[in-house]
Write a protein that binds this ligand. Structure first.
Ligand SMILES: [Zn+2]
Length: 112
């Protein structure tokens, strides 16, 4: 343990280590849910094959996003908007842990 005050590299200052642990757990839970769903969609019983295929593609996309978010946590680069670089509020990260952009960039990317 270093005793220097400025020794600890904490790139994402708006999310505490405890919050990161929580977010990591949320991501792991979402990953498990999506993996289970993907397995079900590979052998769909009540769905049209086309619809199952579409849902499977979306599900795999979500898994990719979750894995990318976990990598960003490992790199200490998690929680920053990939578009404008601003800190994404913790409340948003908790609601959508795999998100990679802030609300305003998200709105610009997919206007409703
Ligand atoms: Zn942004």
């Amino acid at each position: 343990m270093s005793t220097r005050l400025q020794a600890a590299p904490v790139p994402v200052t708006h999310v505490s280590p405890a919050q990161l642990v929580h977010l990591r757990r949320l991501l792991a839970e979402e990953h498990a849910i999506h993996q289970h769903r993907a397995a079900e969609l590979q052998d769909p019983r009540d769905l049209e094959p086309d619809l199952a295929e579409l849902l499977l593609v979306r599900c795999r996309g979500a898994l990719d996003e979750i894995e990318a978010a976990v990598r960003l946590i490992d790199q200490g680069a998690y929680g920053l908007c990939s578009v404008c670089g601003t800190a994404i509020p913790y409340e948003r990260l908790e609601a959508v842990p795999a998100t990679r952009c802030c609300v305003s960039c998200q709105d610009k990317a997919s206007p409703r």
